[in-house]
Design a protein around this ligand. Structure first.
Ligand code: SAM
Length: 179
């Protein structure tokens, strides 16, 4: 079985959009407890590296880095482990919620923006980026940046995401590569 409820959200999104490609290199930001990494392996990714602040029980077929994805050497370290650039950067990261809606919103959007900056550094041409965002979707600056760098950008609410939660996912495909 899958380790997380979150796993079903990724399955539903990948069934529709097929961003986990056989033989691809995948970075999974916010990987604990490991559900998304399990799916990436199962769907045939050649390399799967998960990053989380929390420890993750070993996921057969994946490698795990325990740490903050924002550590300065992380893009280099990941590329070395992947043996090149990534085909998919997926982020299901969420901060610890404070219970204060506005603060939680700001924090989750900051994580998503940082995940995008990170993805722009390590994606290969034609790569894809997925991130958990909030409510109305990506903020304008983030959306503009994605539209400049990817050919298709859309927001989805997978059926497995609780209706009363304001989470959404942004899916950006067709990375244009470095100018
Ligand atoms: N997709 C995962 C799965 O299917 O098992 C669930 C991910 S969980 C909703 C979000 C994770 O993001 C948490 O484990 C949290 O520790 C992690 N996280 C939050 N901020 C992070 C950061 N700066 N660096 C790495 N991981 C982070």
């Amino acid at each position: 079985g899958w380790r997380s409820r979150a796993a079903f959200k990724l399955l539903e999104m990948d069934d529709r959009f097929h961003f986990i490609r056989p033989g691809s290199r995948v970075v999974d930001l916010g990987a604990a407890p490991g559900g998304w990494a399990q799916i990436a392996v199962k769907r045939g990714a050649a390399k799967v590296i998960g990053v989380d602040l929390l420890p993750v029980d070993p996921v057969p077929g994946a490698e795990i880095i325990e740490g903050d994805f924002m550590e300065a050497d992380m893009p280099e370290r990941l590329q070395a482990m992947l043996g090149g650039r990534a085909d998919l950067v997926m982020s299901d990261m969420a901060p610890n919620t404070t219970g204060h809606a506005a603060t939680d919103h700001i924090r989750i959007m900051a994580l998503a923006e940082n995940a995008l900056d990170f993805a722009l550094k390590i994606l290969a041409e034609d790569g894809a980026f997925i991130a958990k965002v909030f409510q109305g979707g990506s903020e304008k600056d983030m959306l503009d940046l994605m539209k400049r760098n990817f050919t298709v950008v859309k927001h989805v609410k997978p059926p497995a995401s609780r209706k009363e939660s304001s989470e959404l996912y942004v899916i950006a495909t067709g990375f244009r590569g470095e100018p």
